[in-house]
Design a protein around this ligand. Structure first.
Ligand SMILES: *[C@@H]1O[C@H](CO)[C@@H](O)[C@H](O)[C@H]1NC(C)=O
Ligand SMILES: *[C@@H]1O[C@H](CO)[C@@H](O)[C@H](O)[C@H]1NC(C)=O
Ligand SMILES: *[C@@H]1O[C@H](CO)[C@@H](O)[C@H](O)[C@H]1NC(C)=O
Ligand SMILES: *[C@@H]1O[C@H](CO)[C@@H](O)[C@H](O)[C@H]1NC(C)=O
Length: 454
């Protein structure tokens, strides 16, 4: 491609790259745990040993050795190191006993201790879009070799060169086989996960995963979609979120306020209260017009007999999540309208409507690997003068109206909000991470989960 064309196209491509809204940092503790458990799940060295003992059709017989068997494979010790920009250097230390008939006709036993080393390059699978490891440059290093054969230079040399020839073919497939198990643990990562009936979230990678000296970092551009298919854009502004300063080796998941805001957009409709609300008493107040008559003279004049009150809550724009160190709020902008119920068949009569901005404090926790939010009333932002609609009544006491509304919000509306939030936000499904153990920390514009191994 001509350079000038690349300048145009390449910058266009770069421009379409989405800002990450969720970051994941995997330290050595998690990587060790994953590789170790993949090794155990795969029973790989035992399988290799068993295979080696079976006569392989077409396999090259080892000259001078017959009836070869591999037994007593030692529990492998795995050592991993990050290779910045590349992936992980893996060393598997193990040992085994090889038995057989030697060329002299006697029973031969070789105890060998060895290291298998390889570089596991961290890539992004083109098909599934998930991270994957691929091993490169596998080598077998003999640490010690002991035989029951006469200690003689020629024999030692023979054993040594035979092992060097045979072992890589035997052991290196084990590295690849273990990586198959590790790679499987990412496989569901980019599947859309449901948020109840409202929509889905998919943790798509923003860019190929990156390895640094202390961790693997995966940046996500989550795709949040309403049930019908409409995508909710993350309101990122070009500044990528960053992990707070701290020990870089720790494993952490960062959920930006922007991401949480997009998730809550899925719930906007379930935060509304309609007049004919099926959710019990949320829209039907225990009080009557008599209560309002105490501070709205016009209600006292119009309603001599108490009438039941009904309430309607509209949310005009998607809820917004904001975060400052230690504190997170959910902002609900909308209106609250009060009605007096009328006899069967007649529409309820509107008494007044308030424009509202409700600030709820969010309390985060993780249950069953989903982020849970519960809210409590932080402040009821007083209606600004001049934005009351349908306001036909003089008011005796604004404090009493405010108290009345606050009471409603606390007793009926917030439980409804918490009910809607109870769905929880699914977290990235990878490496069988147990988020339930995470320590949560609210920082500037983000929630950080400190990931712990069991
Ligand atoms: C084999 O691996 C172990 C563990 O990583 C290491 O301590 C040892 O030095 C290695 N030996 C050789 C000969 O490479
Ligand atoms: C991936 O999803 C499938 C289907 O839900 C499930 O059977 C499988 O256990 C999951 N794999 C992992 C590694 O979580
Ligand atoms: C990978 O991480 C290193 C160290 O943090 C950084 O310098 C480099 O720019 C990153 N590479 C990519 C492609 O993000
Ligand atoms: C982008 O948004 C972040 C988080 O909301 C904010 O801290 C930052 O100041 C914004 N940057 C710009 C350039 O608007």
């Amino acid at each position: 491609m001509p350079w000038s064309l690349c300048l145009v196209l390449c910058s266009l491509l770069a421009g379409t790259q989405a800002d990450p809204g969720v970051l994941l940092r995997l330290g050595m503790d998690i990587m060790n745990h994953e590789v170790q458990s993949a090794m155990e799940e795969s029973h790989i060295l035992e399988k290799m040993a068993a295979e080696a003992s079976n006569p392989q059709p077409g396999a090259k017989a080892i000259k001078g050795l017959s009836n070869m068997k591999v037994k007593d494979v030692l529990e492998p010790v795995i050592t991993l190191n990050f290779v910045p920009g590349v992936g992980i250097f893996q060393c598997v230390s193990t040992g085994m006993t090889i038995t057989g008939k030697s060329f002299t006709g006697g029973n031969m036993e070789i105890n060998v201790v060895l290291n298998i080393t390889a570089t596991d390059r961290l890539l992004q699978d083109e098909g599934t879009g998930t991270p994957m490891f691929r091993s490169e440059g596998c080598e077998v290093i003999l640490v010690s070799v002991k035989t029951n054969l006469p200690n003689n230079k020629a024999i030692n040399k023979f054993v040594d060169s035979t092992l060097r020839k045979v072992l890589p073919g035997l052991m290196c497939p084990a590295i690849d086989a273990v990586l198959v198990y590790v790679n499987k643990k990412w496989i569901n990562l980019t599947d859309p996960m449901p948020m109840g009936q409202m929509g889905t979230v998919k943790y798509a990678l923003a860019s190929p995963p990156n390895t640094t000296a202390s961790h693997v970092q995966v940046d996500f551009s989550p795709v949040v979609q309403l049930q019908g298919g409409q995508r909710i854009q993350l309101a990122t502004n070009g500044t990528a979120p960053e992990f707070p300063e701290g020990p870089a080796k720790d494993s952490q998941l960062l959920l930006s306020a922007t991401f949480l805001t997009a998730e809550l957009a899925l719930l906007q409709k379930s935060l509304e209260v309609k007049l004919k609300d099926k959710r019990g008493t949320v829209g039907k107040l225990p009080q009557t017009t008599e209560t309002l008559a105490g501070f709205i003279p016009q209600v006292a004049k119009t309603y001599h007999k108490p009438k039941p009150l009904l309430i309607k809550v509209k949310i005009n724009k998607p809820p917004k999540v904001t975060m400052k160190a230690g504190k997170s709020l959910m902002h609900l902008h909308g209106s609250l309208e009060m009605f007096a119920a009328r006899r069967h068949g007649k529409h309820a009569k509107s008494l007044f409507r308030l424009e509202t901005h409700i600030g709820l404090e969010i309390h985060y926790s993780v249950q069953e690997n989903r982020l849970q939010m519960a809210t409590s009333l932080d402040r009821f932002i007083e209606p600004v003068p001049g934005i009351f609609f349908n306001w036909r009544f003089p008011l005796l006491s604004e404090t009493e109206l405010s108290g009345f509304v606050t009471d409603y919000l606390q007793k009926a509306y917030i439980p409804l909000v918490n009910d809607a939030l109870h769905i929880g936000i699914p977290l990235p499904d990878l490496l069988a991470i147990n988020y339930n153990l995470a320590e949560l920390d609210i920082v500037e514009d983000a929630l950080v989960l400190g990931l712990k191994m069991e």
